[in-house]
Write a protein that binds this ligand. Sequence first.
Ligand code: GRF
Length: 202
Amino acid sequence: MFTIGILASGKGTNLQAIIDYIKEENLPIKIGIVISDNPEAYALERAKKEGIRNICIPCEKYKTILDKETEIKYIEVLKENNVELVCLAGFMRILKKNFIKNFPNKIINIHPSLLPAFPGLESWKKALEYGVRFTGCTVHFVDEGIDSGPIILQAVVPILQDDTPEILHKRIQEKEHIIYPLAIRLIAEGRVSIVGRKVYIR
Ligand code: GRF
């Protein structure tokens, strides 16, 4: 069994897509733990419903990062649960150096744009406002920058004339739910390697 840990702050639709894909494909992948910084996160409910271990580790001190002590707790819980890959699925905090050092090339994220375009928050809105014809989503390794690590998979979503931010985000999420579980599978199967900025899949 390849054990993954999932960090989520919100709805957890990506978590659900990962759960469903593992079941449908009968993959030897186990979600060892779901951690949220938000006690209200529906992601925690989804984990409970599926009988997946879950815990809320809040961080009152900051909004966008973890303080030192809380960071240590996250690392401990992930290690206690033998997590081999940390998957950020709508986790609304930036991971700092020490966290990343503890899981070298073992943290991935799903981002709602075709990186390197539109890093940061609400990227679907930025794409719409900018007027690009295509956007999409990206699964990438997490490094110390913001949405800047090596790219594993991307999917393209055309922007339509009448799109609202909500409609566009929904179409991007449909693609996220396909490429994120797939990227996890490829890594679990040992088919992904990183050379410099490039990711090779065999
Ligand atoms: C996704 O749109 C993802 O791209 C971004 O956060 C959102 C999480 O959504 N990083 P959900 O909680 O998985 O529904």
